[in-house]
Write a new protein. Structure first.
Length: 462
């Protein structure tokens, strides 16, 4: 794939000004024009490419360029991109207890584990409900979080009922090891439309090598039974899947995806590279930067291969980034436009403290408490001026980086857990962006027909 960096220019005889942008070409019918300043794109054919390279775009092309913020016309409103503070995704730490002992877990599971009290939980639900009602947010997105959140299943139902009682529509999303999903829990979750994602790290041998029960025994069978209960309760194959890729799984990326698509009939999964943290006992599980880059390229190639063979599988990070490139839709509330912690999402610990993300192990990062009865938006507004969590991330590479509009230095949480302090950028996300975005642009130009399945019908190029 060839990349041309185009300089800004003024259209001859007019006042319209084209901004600097990037043109990706791979010899196909369409080329991909990307506007790094505003995160917009256009697929242009050979004739439009020629007009652009001649710095003389025709009226039709100019219209599209203005529409997508590539071009500014005096007197017309310039495109703006603003992310205001209005949380509508709430992570609640229900329990630190877990029935598994995964090799890469960052919770201190050998210390005494605690579960939230009913009175603190009620205060958190009241606080969230007040915020939602005051700001006309009828849907309230909640992630009960742990440890293993299903160990606090009764508290999850208590919260769900409370939100319903306040006239709100609770949308609950749970990530679970599935070891506790009985038929009863699965049926109740289905009845209430509580979405449960199951953590599976690949075929049984690989899964068992890094996800063990608290007793030390392998966990695959227990997980499989829980997943089957979910499927039989009505979720079918539509439950989520979360996979953590470590050094153990890195050589087998293709086999993992093949197993999910062919053996388990899964149509979407989130495949996260393991995050480093001081709590991780075995540092050899972390991938090197070269391995992260290689993984992302292999991920895209394998997804294309599976889709061409009729397995309609996609990966959520890929889907989010395709949406960034093609629609600018903020699909991922947490990081479609840099970190949205403390803007669109917040977290609560078991004592009712409020955090900008699930960094509840770092008590000094709390921005307030539900018991202070302070307005949430005002409280976060103040915290933005005071807390290091909200400072723009800085690195010399970021200033002229193509992906800065989407990335903005990556995940603050990942930096904090890796370094024990918030400084610099999230290298893992940096490497991912620098390899995944170009690989996806290549795919958009080479295999446009695959986009419909890769984005679960959100994008279709006609
Ligand atoms: S800290 Fe990371 S996980 Fe949390 S909101 Fe920001 S990007 Fe998302
Ligand atoms: S962290 Fe990396 S990918 Fe992100 S904006 Fe900075 S240089 Fe670009």
């Amino acid at each position: 794939m060839e990349l041309l960096k185009l300089n800004s220019f003024v259209v001859p005889g007019e006042e319209a000004k084209m901004k600097a942008c990037e043109l990706y070409m791979n010899g196909g019918k369409y080329n991909f024009l990307f506007n790094p300043a505003f995160g917009t794109s256009i697929l242009i054919d050979g004739e439009n490419t020629r007009q652009l390279l001649d710095q003389n775009p025709g009226d039709e092309l100019q219209f599209k360029l203005v529409q997508r913020g590539f071009m500014e016309v005096p007197g017309c409103n310039a495109c703006v991109s603003d992310e205001g503070i209005m949380p509508n995704f709430f992570i609640i730490d229900l329990t630190q207890a877990c029935n598994f002992r995964c090799a890469y877990c960052f919770r201190h599971l050998n210390q005494q584990s605690t579960t939230i009290s009913d009175s603190n939980l009620d205060a958190i639900v009241q606080y969230i409900s007040d915020h939602c009602i005051k700001n006309n947010l009828t849907e309230v997105n909640v992630q009960p979080w742990g440890g293993e959140p299903l160990l606090a299943w009764k508290k999850i139902l208590r919260m769900h009922d409370m939100f319903l009682g306040k006239g709100l529509k609770p949308i609950f999303v749970i990530e679970s090891n599935a070891g506790l999903i009985t038929k009863e829990i699965a049926t109740e979750a289905f009845k209430r439309d509580i979405r449960i994602g199951v953590s599976i790290d690949g075929p049984p041998e690989l899964h068992n090598s890094q996800r063990k029960l608290a007793t030390g025994k392998p966990s695959f069978e227990k997980m499989y039974e829980g997943m089957r209960n979910l499927r039989e309760a009505g979720f079918g194959q539509r439950h989520g899947v979360i996979t953590v890729l470590t050094r153990n799984g890195y050589p087998y990326v293709e086999e993992i995806l093949e197993y999910f698509a062919v053996e388990l009939g899964i149509d979407r999964l989130r495949l996260n590279v393991v995050k480093d943290s001081p709590m991780m006992k075995d540092k050899n599980l972390c991938l090197t930067e070269e391995e992260i880059a290689d993984f992302n390229k292999r991920l895209v190639m394998k997804l294309i291969d599976l889709n061409k063979r009729g397995f309609a599988i996609t990966e959520i990070n890929v889907m989010d980034k395709l949406n960034n490139l093609l629609t600018r839709k903020r699909v991922n509330i947490c990081n479609s436009r840099g970190c949205m912690g403390g803007k669109k999402m917040i977290a609560f610990d078991q004592e009712g403290r409020i955090f900008p993300c699930d960094i509840t192990d770092y008590k000094e990062e709390a921005v307030g408490s539900v018991f202070d009865e302070e307005d949430l938006v005002e409280l976060l507004g103040k915290a933005h001026n005071l807390k290091s969590f909200f400072k723009p991330k800085e690195d010399p590479e970021c200033s002229d980086c193509t992906w800065a509009f989407f990335c903005k230095g990556g995940c603050t949480n990942a930096i904090l857990y890796k370094k024990g302090e918030i400084s610099g950028i999230d290298r893992q996300e940096c490497i991912t962006n620098k390899t995944l975005y170009p690989a996806l642009i290549d795919m958009i130009m080479h295999e446009p027909e695959i986009l419909k399945i890769m984005t679960k019908n959100q994008i279709e190029i006609v």
